[in-house]
Design a protein around this ligand. Structure first.
Ligand SMILES: Nc1ncnc2c1ncn2[C@@H]1O[C@H](COP(=O)(O)OP(=O)(O)O)[C@@H](O)[C@H]1O
Ligand SMILES: [Mg+2]
Length: 271
């Protein structure tokens, strides 16, 4: 293959085009300027599509939408940093694959990336920043193309309960909670389990357990206290749930201190 002096100009950007002689036939190379730019913008477009897909599959309550790992300090910061250090950056993986011209599916890539990652629980009194820490973690993960949902235990159960009689939708909610790469269950201790709610929660936890997808938790109560109070009326299913949760989220990070909401409570004046 022998390069010959340029004979032509690119119709797109006017840059000189190099001609190549391949086995005696002269061919024109794609323009190295605008061709390369087109490829870069194609990759940028595909990455933007992937980012949109990740944010469509993520949900963090609006109050915590601005939570940032930079806000955290002490034990929650260390736990979140350790957790994120174990997660690959799916965004970087996607960029590499696109640059190589490989196809990729951002959802599958994220689910694979998080599989087998140990989850995390934040435990402590009200107002100590448990939900804030979990939200900050999920938002940081989104920036790495890993979708996550933060849902209170009551909202999770309501979404399943609201579908009584409509099996299809119940299956869709279950499928969503079972497959989103990161699931944060907020205020787990607020549940007073009944046969139905324990069984619904077991379905979610067990499906994630089988798929090796992490669960993140916030709770005012330790695992033993959950068994004694939250699952007092359903001890057998309760043990099955708490056992799996502790297996999937072995690190329970204790948050202490005064409630960050306390100044507001103290400033309320009753007329
Ligand atoms: N590290 C932090 N930086 C800034 N604000 C925080 C931080 N942690 C918590 N907050 C704020 O303090 C309030 C209580 O935090 P929250 O996470 O709801 O507490 P908990 O879930 O433990 O009851 C919220 O308004 C939250 O946004
Ligand atoms: Mg909370």
């Amino acid at each position: 293959m022998k390069a010959r002096p340029n004979m032509d100009l690119c119709g797109g950007c006017g840059a000189p085009l190099q001609q190549l002689e391949v086995l005696g036939v002269v061919v024109r190379r794609p323009c190295s300027l605008c061709g390369a730019k087109r490829e870069a913008s194609r990759i940028a477009r595909l990455l933007a599509d992937a980012a949109r897909l990740v944010s469509e599959h993520s949900e963090v309550p609006s109050r915590f939408a601005g939570a940032n790992i930079g806000d955290l300090s002490g034990a929650p910061r260390t736990a979140v940093d350790d957790f994120l250090a174990r997660l690959p950056d799916v965004r970087a993986l996607c960029s590499e694959r696109l640059e190589r011209g490989d196809a990729f599916d951002v959802r599958t890539a994220a689910a694979r990336a998080v599989a087998n990652t140990a989850g995390l629980a934040f435990v402590g009194p009200v107002g100590t920043g448990k939900t804030h820490a979990l939200a900050a973690l999920l938002i940081a993960a989104q920036g790495r193309f890993i979708a996550g949902r933060l849902v209170t235990i009551s909202a999770l159960l309501e979404s399943l309960r609201a579908t009584f009689g409509g099996r299809e939708t119940e299956q869709q909610w279950l499928a969503l909670y079972a497959s989103v790469p990161l699931l944060g269950i907020d205020d787990l201790d607020k549940l007073r389990a009944t046969e139905w709610s324990a069984s619904a929660l077991f379905s979610v936890v067990n499906r994630r357990y089988e798929r090796e997808l992490p669960i993140l938790i916030t709770s005012n109560a330790s695992p033993d206290q959950l068994l004694a109070r939250t699952f007092a009326a359903t001890p057998d299913v309760g043990v099955a749930i708490v056992d799996r949760l502790v297996g999937m989220a072995p690190q329970w990070v204790r948050l202490a201190g005064r409630s960050r909401r306390r100044p507001l409570v103290a400033s309320v004046r009753i007329a």
